[in-house]
Ligand binder design. Structure first.
Ligand SMILES: [Zn+2]
Length: 372
């Protein structure tokens, strides 16, 4: 195992921070996996899974069983991790810029594409390496000016050559679910089975330039521009694994999730040994555009009538919002059938707030598909 420290821009003197990365497996391995935890710094199940993986990967490496290179960043967001306000951790948005830590990653597709045509040829491996070199160079040429930019760029630089990117998040109160692209689904479907994903939502571009998509969208764009004339695969496939809810920081769950990732690597032949038989997929993949955010129609006490992890029918009562002064009681119904997979942790709803998430089957949304 190799440990690297990557200094971030200090916002003020005396507050130096680092991204720490851990590297396993042969440096010249053909395949490269990148895993990070807690990019949203108040989503800590991923940090525990990453730490659990760190021990397992060190063992596998010592036993000579690791056939791929792995880069692991257990603490992807030291900035957000140090944001507490009145006993409440607030790690989703950067206090300084109010930016969501998982949005607006720099898109370098145009700079990679500039002059690329003359260097591409009929060899798919040559083209993949060439684009990775240009990807790395394009990110290296950017000079960050803020702590947030330096953090985002550091993570992008660490992951840009990886074949597979696993971004470990969680929701407020939720069951296992994930987000990936339709093109990457065949690669991650076995991981969804081992992990036990109750919902798998697919979108090519969900509109937020999030960490997972800042890699896949580059390859998507280059394939669209050059793919008819030159052989180009997806040099990077990424998935955002949602490890249940914020309070699900638990050794048994983290052990299960770390094992799911290792089983998946075995399935791909990237860890020696036979992979366990694939479990059934817990729920079919759906389009992210078919997912429903259920909103609170009024402000008031939020009382749930259902827990995440159940399949609901259209019109099913999910929650009530109660105004104890006017006695108004407003139901929140599922607008279509699907998997109720996540809900808010707040119990005083503000008017219009997202109350629950349902993976439905009828695509009806477009443009920006994510939560704020
Ligand atoms: Zn998150």
């Amino acid at each position: 195992m190799e440990h690297q420290k990557h200094p971030l821009i200090s916002p003020v003197p005396g507050t130096e921070r680092y991204i720490d990365s851990f590297h396993f497996g042969p440096a010249d391995a053909e395949r490269h996996l990148y895993v990070q935890g807690a990019l949203h710094a108040d989503e800590l199940p991923g940090m525990l899974v990453a730490w659990t993986l760190k021990q397992r990967l060190a063992e596998l490496e010592a036993q000579g069983q690791l056939a791929c290179r792995v880069t692991l960043v257990p603490v992807a967001n030291p900035v957000g991790l140090d944001q507490q306000l009145m006993d409440t951790p607030l790690g989703r948005y950067d206090f300084e810029s109010l930016t969501n830590f998982n949005r607006r990653y720099v898109n370098v597709a145009d700079s990679i594409a500039d002059g690329l045509e003359t260097a591409l040829n009929d060899n798919i491996a040559h083209n993949r390496d060439l684009i990775r070199d240009r990807f790395e160079a394009a990110l290296a040429s950017i000079t960050p000016t803020t702590t947030l930019e330096s953090m985002q760029l550091t993570l992008q630089r660490l992951a840009c050559r990886a074949d597979f990117v696993l971004d470990l998040h969680c929701d407020f109160d939720a069951v296992e679910h994930l987000y990936t692209t339709p093109a990457a689904w065949p690669v991650f479907e076995p991981l969804a089975r081992y992990f036990g994903a109750k919902a798998s939502m697919l979108a090519t571009d969900s509109g937020g330039q999030s960490f997972d998509e800042c890699f896949t969208l580059v390859w998507e764009q280059l394939r669209q521009t050059f793919g008819e004339r030159f052989p180009l695969d997806y040099g990077c496939q990424s998935v955002t694994l949602e490890l249940r809810g914020q309070c699900d920081v638990d050794h048994a769950l983290a052990g299960h999730d770390a094992q799911a990732i290792i089983d998946w690597l075995r399935h791909l032949g990237l860890v020696a040994g036979e992979a366990p038989a694939l479990p059934e997929l817990a729920y079919p993949a759906t389009e992210l555009a078919a997912m429903d955010f259920l909103h609170a129609p009024i402000g008031g006490l939020l009382v749930f009538h259902a827990e995440p992890g159940i399949e609901v029918v259209a019109g099913q009562l999910i929650a009530e919002i109660i105004d104890p002064i006017s006695d108004r009681v407003e139901p929140v119904h599922a607008s279509q059938a699907g998997m109720f997979y996540a809900r808010s942790q707040r119990r005083m709803a503000t008017a219009g707030m997202i109350v629950a998430d349902i993976a439905g089957h009828h695509s009806h949304r477009s443009g920006y598909l994510l939560a704020p």
